[in-house]
Ligand binder design. Structure first.
Ligand code: NMX
Ligand code: MLT
Length: 438
């Protein structure tokens, strides 16, 4: 059975399960909302649902119930690789269980058949000024492809609601197949390379093909690419890129519109841009001392950053309260593949020093590193040194999760998202009424 058949087979059960839960228990209270949360970016308000991944504050992400070490160990891998097929990860995210090697390879093969990028996409990228940040290039390229949307076409033709998931899946499979070539092209444009289009190698899997089109020959970079996309794929529903994609798609905008919007959210320095900011910070430290600094020097540098009113990029998180397991997975990769790289050693030292500094300062609720504290160091090691490009890499991985979520949102007929707002007067009135009632 194909990924599509496996998905389709589950839909009657899931539709009935959700229908029954809402019908029988629709009034059960899940959460209460305080004024601090209303003014505080809706932090920790439990108001979204996804079965694809869950972030436990003390444990970190689980994909379909599996931890990162489980996923790395259990997913099928290409011969000789230490990291899994991304086709297998996509199967896990969309279908919900671990694929066999054959099932993972089937997804990879389907993508190969859908990978050709129309020429006009490259024309759109070429038409933009070369100093444009890679994220607008990526986001525009995705938006340009909207004319290919089967969802939009079928909707226009009068598709039935129960069928929405199907063209959403088709669009997602088409887009995921094209994204590595588009991303690699943007990288080559930014590097002012003469050879802009590198044809994919049909013998390689999705992750390794990305490495090939980036023209990074080391085998380690193939594995880093697979690992990187796996780790960045999903982080439950409330993060800015996932939530934006979900919100836009809830208006029945197709995945091209929705993901392009999600990428624009990812571009913010408090979200995906933190990976490039983090590498800048590490390089500034390194350049200041001309070497890996001593612990006391690094401590002072961190304090200087805080006293200048800036954040330490790559540290802290809106949900996590422990070291991000994605950081830990990249750290482990670095220990095996680049233990002597001075920047890697610096990132390691920062991990020993900065959490104590942030704890002492007492502001950040989470003093621990997130994925962005180290991801750039590993790219830098393999020669991918266009910092601006790092958020594109994050976005390429993130598509896997947000598209899986969008397919399921349409399969379960999730409605238009439209929360309610209040005025400050109204909130003050609520406070007064509660005081009187006490
Ligand atoms: N360095 C300095 N101050 C920090 C940091 C940090 N790394 N993290 C949080 N704080 C401050 C934060 O600015 C806030 O200050 P103020 O009260 O003056 O506004 C205070 O601590 C409380 O913030 P929190 O409630 O702990 O964090 P919040 O949930 O609002 O934000 C982040 C989470 C991730 C936006 C925040 O920790 C941050 O800005 N980190 C640095 C940027 C970063 O690494 N972003 C990447 C996130 C992960 N990703 O991959 O997208
Ligand atoms: C993410 O991967 O989206 C980030 O860690 C941010 C988040 O989860 O809020």
């Amino acid at each position: 059975m194909s990924l599509k058949d496996k998905l389709e087979a589950q839909l009657p059960f899931w539709r009935e399960r959700v229908k029954k839960l809402v019908k029988d228990h629709g009034d059960v209270v899940v959460d209460e909302v305080t004024i601090s949360q209303v003014y505080g970016g809706m932090r920790n308000i439990k108001s979204l649902v996804t079965d694809i991944s869950y972030v436990d504050p003390n444990e970190g992400i689980r994909f379909r119930g599996y931890t990162i070490p489980d996923v790395i160990q259990m997913l099928p891998k290409p011969p000789g690789a230490s990291m899994p097929y991304i086709g297998g990860l996509y199967y896990l995210l969309v279908v919900g269980n671990m694929p066999t090697a054959e099932e993972a390879i089937n997804v990879e093969e389907e993508w190969k058949g859908r990978g050709e990028v129309p020429e006009y996409v490259y024309d759109v990228i070429d038409a933009m000024p070369c100093e444009t940040h890679p994220i607008p290039l990526f986001s525009q390229a995705v938006l340009a492809l909207q004319r290919e949307s089967l969802f939009a076409q079928r909707y226009k033709e009068g598709m039935r609601k129960e069928e929405y998931w199907e063209p959403m899946l088709e669009d997602s499979m088409n887009l995921v197949a094209k994204l590595p070539a588009i991303a690699a092209y943007i990288y080559r444009v930014k590097c002012k390379d003469v050879e802009l289009i590198i044809q994919p190698d049909p013998k390689l899997d999705w992750g390794a093909n990305f490495a090939h089109m980036m023209r990074v020959p080391e085998k380690g970079y193939q594995d880093l690419s697979r690992l990187y996309f796996l780790l960045h794929s999903d982080h439950e529903s409330g993060n800015v890129s996932a939530h934006t994609t979900h919100l836009v798609a809830s208006a029945l905008s197709d995945i091209y519109y929705a993901f392009s919007a999600g990428l624009n959210g990812l571009a913010g320095p408090l979200h995906g841009l933190a990976n490039q900011e983090s590498l800048h910070w590490l390089l500034d430290v390194y350049q200041k001392y001309g070497r890996v600094p001593r612990r006391e020097e690094l401590e002072k540098y961190a304090w200087d950053t805080l006293e200048a009113g800036q954040v330490i990029p790559g540290y802290g998180h809106a949900v996590l309260r422990k070291t991000d397991p994605r950081f830990a997975a990249l750290l482990d990769f670095g220990k095996v593949n680049m233990p002597d790289d001075p920047l890697f050693q610096l990132a390691n030292l920062v991990y020993e020093v900065v959490p104590n500094v942030l704890r002492e300062q007492g502001k950040a609720k989470d003093p621990w590193p997130n994925v962005d504290a180290i991801s750039g160091v590993l790219q830098y090691h393999y020669g991918v040194r266009e910092f601006d490009f790092y958020t594109v890499l994050f976005g390429l991985g993130r598509f896997l999760g947000v598209s899986a979520n969008t397919i399921w949102a349409r399969a379960l007929n999730q409605p238009l998202e439209r929360p309610k707002s209040l005025t400050t007067d109204m909130l003050e009135e609520i406070v007064q009424k509660q005081k009187v009632a006490q």
